[in-house]
Ligand binder design. Structure first.
Ligand code: THU
Length: 131
């Protein structure tokens, strides 16, 4: 799968977003160490702080299916206006850190840029429990 294919799949995943409060649809696709893909989308809540990011739903779904190592994650913020790409929040970068994510593909809506980064560039010195 090319980065453009992954970006397209993340954009499709964003169609399932439940975001009536922000109207900001985000999709994510996790690629696990076996090459299997797991899609997710942001799920908001009337208690705003209970909302869950797309990356978190995709990662949780994969982990709940037994995945323990993730190669990469593609993220698409399809309602991001006026930006070339949109980047994952800090909390989601730390969620990626836990499962050994190496690369992150980021994009916005159809026709926007697609960039691939190393997680170590987006989230250097991530937290691991010492010992
Ligand atoms: N959101 C994500 O799904 N991923 C991110 O990395 C940042 C933000 C969602 C959360 C909320 O539903 C909406 O975008 C607006 O913040």
């Amino acid at each position: 799968m090319t980065v453009d294919d992954l970006a397209a799949e993340a954009r499709r995943a964003a169609q399932q977003s439940y975001s009536p409060y922000s109207q900001f649809r985000v999709g994510a696709v996790v690629v696990d160490s076996e090459g299997r893909r797991h899609a997710g989308a942001n799920v908001e809540n009337a208690a705003y702080g209970s909302s869950i990011c797309a990356e978190a739903t995709a990662i949780s779904g994969a982990v709940a299916r037994g995945v323990r190592r993730i190669e990469g994650v593609a993220v698409a913020c399809i309602d991001a206006a006026g930006v070339d790409v949109a980047y994952p929040c800090g909390n989601c970068r730390q969620l990626m850190n836990e499962f050994g994510v190496e690369w992150v593909v980021v994009t916005a809506g159809e026709g926007s840029e697609v960039r691939r980064h190393q997680l170590s560039d987006l989230h250097p010195y991530g937290f691991f429990l010492p010992g």
